[in-house]
Design a protein around this ligand. Structure first.
Ligand SMILES: [Zn+2]
Ligand SMILES: [Zn+2]
Length: 479
């Protein structure tokens, strides 16, 4: 069977910094250098020595007191004003209580400082705040972009992430730790707080979380690009496969590999088999949650020609990029079972999470199978029944079967047959049920795979050719 189709989720944490981004936002006033473009003005980061000789601030026309004490000392605040700190950063670093928060609080601090020292009034303002490069001016703009992209998407929690150029973060950290009040909030978290605060004035009932968000929103502090990652929804359930010939997961067409619009051999469906357990269950869910795609995680899988009965096989369905995150599970389970009647049936449907995907995929359970096989000439009935029952409790040695040897390493596995029951013979056919350890190759246990499985039904019947007619997973003994 082919591997599950690869997820085509893009990685929003790593937006392309192509030229388009730079030119689109060039008007935002960010003085960053762009490598490989003609328009770019290269900025050489000053070394430590250059930084502290005061050259950068010569335009101020006054000598900056680099030995100024840190905030909240008045001289420290004065220093921040002299180097051109914006109101946001002033409020953040000053360590003073202000009536207003944010920029308004910074304006209070600035006017107090000017009242103390009128020289501060006449200072030229640099183009950009040396701490944040005027990033805080873009908060409103970013919030509008966020709302544009999330307005239609059902969500109750958001995790905000921000990417900022390393040199800006380092520069800010250097100024803050030297001149800011002890415990001043770093720029990144202050910026995230500012965005959350403004966002909350536009939307209601959204929680900002540090893990498992409905929406992961990443902001590029350089390009102001906002990328929204709608996190998947997970559902746990158990499925029964009542009809043979249905693969567990979507199986792309062998000829065209499901690319593009398919091909002639798959009637333009891109699929080798029109139906799969994944789609029979997943499509109604995908449609109900208005999602892009699904990913199916089963507790193991049965071959396409094997039914799966009993309480069914546990699975977790991952619904990707859902526009809605809630639906009536009882209703949808009924609808799925009605539509896939006599083919696939589900039960125990409930909401789940990514952690359960791991649990389901890692669980190895004992299984019971019912198997029917045929021989050319059936031996004495009592002998057949006794021989098959005799396999109960036997440890099998199984070499990697021929049918899977192209994708599994050759080795010998030892698996125990825990019990054998319900053996009967009908003409040249026989049927039995067995319970065995997880990972037993059951078809091979019957026909021996040319002696690769020892012992086998074939060997205990005296080396007869045993042809497996059908196989059912009777029960998966989990939970
Ligand atoms: Zn600033
Ligand atoms: Zn095709």
């Amino acid at each position: 069977m082919p591997d599950e189709p690869k997820s085509n989720d893009s990685n929003p944490g790593n937006p392309d910094s192509d030229e388009d981004d730079w030119s689109t936002y060039a008007s935002a006033g960010y003085a960053y250098s762009v490598v490989d473009t003609d328009e770019a003005t290269e900025i050489v980061e000053p070394s430590e020595d250059e930084w502290f000789d005061g050259d950068d601030f010569e335009f101020q026309g006054s000598v900056i007191n680099w030995d100024a004490p840190p905030c909240p000392a008045p001289l420290g605040i004065e220093h921040l004003i002299r180097i051109g700190s914006c109101d946001h950063c002033l409020q953040r670093l000053a360590g003073r209580r202000t009536a207003a928060q944010g920029a308004a609080g910074g304006a209070e601090i600035r006017s107090e400082a000017r009242a103390r020292n009128s020289e501060l009034e006449s200072l030229d303002k640099p183009d950009l705040c040396p701490l944040c490069e005027d990033l805080f001016d873009d908060v409103e703009n970013i919030v509008i972009r966020i709302i544009d992209q999330t307005g239609e998407v059902d969500h109750s929690s958001i995790q905000l992430g921000i990417h900022m150029p390393k040199d800006l973060v380092e520069e800010e950290d250097r100024i803050r730790t030297r001149h800011g009040s002890p415990g001043s909030q770093p720029m990144k978290s202050a910026f995230v707080d500012a965005i959350q605060e403004v966002l909350l004035t536009h939307v209601n009932e959204v929680q900002f979380v540090k893990e498992k968000p409905d929406l992961m929103i990443l902001i590029d502090g350089l390009t102001l690009r906002v990328s929204v990652d709608v996190r998947p929804v997970f559902l746990f359930g158990r499925y029964l496969k009542l009809e043979r010939g249905i693969p567990q997961t979507r199986w792309p067409c062998r000829a065209c590999r499901g690319r593009g619009d398919g091909c002639e051999s798959c009637s333009e469906t891109g699929l080798q088999y029109l139906d799969s357990v994944q789609d029979l269950i997943g499509e109604p869910l995908r449609i109900a949650l208005d999602a892009e795609d699904t990913s199916f995680h089963g507790m193991g899988r049965e071959d396409i020609d094997v039914r799966c009965l009993g309480r069914g096989r546990p699975f977790v369905m991952e619904i990707k990029r859902p526009q809605r995150r809630r639906t009536d599970l009882e209703e949808i389970q009924k609808a799925i079972n009605l539509k896939a009647k006599d083919r696939v049936e589900i039960n125990s449907l409930r909401w789940s999470d990514r952690a359960e995907v791991r649990r389901v995929k890692e669980t190895r359970s004992e299984k019971s199978y019912t198997i029917r096989f045929r021989v050319e000439e059936m031996p004495e009935e009592d002998f057949v029944i006794e021989s098959i029952l005799g396999l109960s409790g036997v440890k099998l040695a199984q070499e990697t079967p021929k049918r899977v040897s192209h994708r599994r390493a050759a080795k010998t596995r030892y698996r125990t047959v825990n019990s054998v029951s319900d053996v009967f013979v009908e003409g040249d056919e026989a049927q039995f049920t067995l319970q065995c350890e997880a990972g037993t190759y059951v078809k091979e246990l019957v026909h021996s795979d040319e002696g690769r499985t020892i012992p086998s039904i074939s060997s205990v019947l005296g080396g007869l050719d045993c042809e497996v007619l059908w196989l059912d997973v009777q029960e998966i003994h989990s939970e």
